[in-house]
Design a binder for this molecule. Structure first.
Ligand SMILES: C[S@@+](CC[C@H](N)C(=O)[O-])C[C@H]1O[C@@H](n2cnc3c(N)ncnc32)[C@H](O)[C@@H]1O
Length: 205
């Protein structure tokens, strides 16, 4: 994990991906029906998703990422959005979450699960930290085909190979692989929603 990776993702998050986060925050609040308590964003990068959730709710937000160079970026973004209160940015691995059992109301994660070394362990940890009646929404997405098309158009000028990489990421990591990891983690209360623009794994405890 290095600084270039964190800065590279941040450039995309502030550029072509920018329309995703406010729309996705709305989508995930609606799906989860959570507006209070603690929200954990796993692999949150520069914190855009969690900060947008925070701006629309009363939630305390923890942005967690394995790359320690995301901490300063996320804190800077919190300042820019006027959202520093009840916001934390920490460096940790989803496979060993530094949280108490039953402490999180809403866990979200966008575009990170592809990279977890041991997905079953990641899911096990998410289940452990969720409160009873907590919900985790883990996956990757672009909210709508309209936003996806806009991102594809803008990414074509920044990184021409990106759309093919995105398509391959979904193709080479089929839903069945995630189902197997969830079953290995002894999680049975889950649904997987697959759309042309997004895939969400929804875990309830
Ligand atoms: C494609 S970026 C997505 C960032 C952000 N969620 C967004 O949508 O802008 C994937 C992020 O997952 C993080 N990540 C990868 N493996 C991780 C792990 N095992 N635990 C926590 N974060 C991880 C990376 O450091 C990176 O910031």
């Amino acid at each position: 994990m290095n600084k270039e990776q964190a800065l590279g993702m941040e450039k995309i998050a502030k550029g072509p991906f920018a329309p995703i986060y406010p729309a996705m925050a709305k989508e995930l609040i609606e799906k989860s029906q959570k507006k209070n308590g603690v929200c954990l964003d796993i692999g949150g990068g520069g914190g855009q998703l969690g900060l947008n959730i925070k701006a629309l709710t009363n939630m305390e937000v923890v942005n967690l990422d394995i790359n320690p160079f995301t901490i300063d970026i996320a804190i800077e973004n919190a300042k820019e959005m006027g959202q520093t209160e009840n916001f934390q940015a920490i460096a940790a691995d989803v496979q060993a979450l530094p949280m108490e059992n039953d402490s999180i109301d809403l866990c979200v994660s966008r575009g990170s699960y592809w990279f977890w070394e041991d997905r079953a362990q990641g899911f096990r940890e998410i289940k452990r930290v969720l409160k009873k009646d907590g919900i985790a929404i883990i996956g990757c997405g672009f909210v709508s085909n309209e936003i996806l098309q806009d991102v594809i158009k803008k990414m074509a000028t920044v990184k021409p190979e990106w759309n093919e990489m995105r398509i391959n990421m979904f193709k080479n990591n089929p839903v069945e692989d995630f189902k197997r990891a969830l079953i290995e983690a002894s999680i049975d209360n889950f649904v997987i929603e697959e759309y042309s623009h997004s895939r969400w794994i929804i875990i309830r405890k």
